[in-house]
Design a protein around this ligand. Structure first.
Ligand code: BEZ
Length: 211
């Protein structure tokens, strides 16, 4: 069965461009974005890995480690990183898993045989520090992902973990948030949301950004 939200991200050991890793040990107490790309030396993937490298400061601020995977060899990854660095105005400083055996790709359901029998699709797993899968995304080979959207998702996940709120459509840091409908006690609402709230419907109550 496909991995689902709330599942523990499968552990694995693998060769990476940063040496051999045990995935759970490598993750330590960080959030993780684990993403697959179809193949090395391909144009969309080159721009994606360059983008993730340029955003490392943003990921670090949010306690997020990034790690990529494709079914190419370590030698191929190492040669390709030189091209990424040369063409994408960055230095790739996060690991890429070399999964030539496809073992890790299969354990995460990253190969979709009806799309392509051998290459990985563009899967994303956002994993929290307790190793739980908190978000999954799957993009086809010809569509590059929006990694700024992943930063927005991480902001939303980290906020909603700390407060009894949810985030509305297209929400960005600093904007109003939604009080979860299960919270009804007026005394608790006063303590949790000292800035007050606007009730549009009993189930739709907006409160200022709580941080
Ligand atoms: C790419 O990264 O450009 C790509 C990879 C596989 C299929 C199509 C595009």
């Amino acid at each position: 069965m496909a991995l689902q939200l709330g599942d523990i991200a499968p552990n694995f050991t693998a060769q990476t461009t940063h040496g051999p890793i045990n995935f759970h040990e490598w993750a330590d107490d960080s959030w993780v974005i684990f993403f697959s790309h179809p193949a090395d030396f391909t144009p969309v993937c080159t721009t994606e890995l360059g983008t993730v490298a340029r955003l490392q400061g943003e990921f670090l601020e949010r306690n997020v480690k990034t790690i990529a995977l494709s079914v190419d060899s370590l030698e191929s990854h190492e040669a390709w990183i030189k091209d990424i660095n040369e063409t994408q105005d960055t230095i790739v400083n996060f690991p890429i898993v070399a999964d030539a055996s496809r073992e890790v790709a299969h354990s995460y359901g990253m190969i979709h045989p009806n799309a392509d029998n051998t290459m990985t699709v563009r899967s994303v797993f956002v994993i929290d520090p307790s190793r739980k899968i908190r978000l999954t995304l799957t993009y086809p080979a010809a569509t590059g992902r929006n990694f700024v959207e992943l930063l927005r998702v991480i902001d939303a996940l980290q906020l909603t973990d700390g407060y009894s709120v949810a985030t509305p459509a297209n929400w960005k840091v600093g904007e109003d948030v939604i009080i979860v409908p299960s919270l009804k006690d007026p005394e608790v609402l006063k303590v949790k949301f000292p800035a007050g709230y606007t009730e549009i419907k009993p189930y739709l109550r907006l409160t200022p950004y709580p941080r």
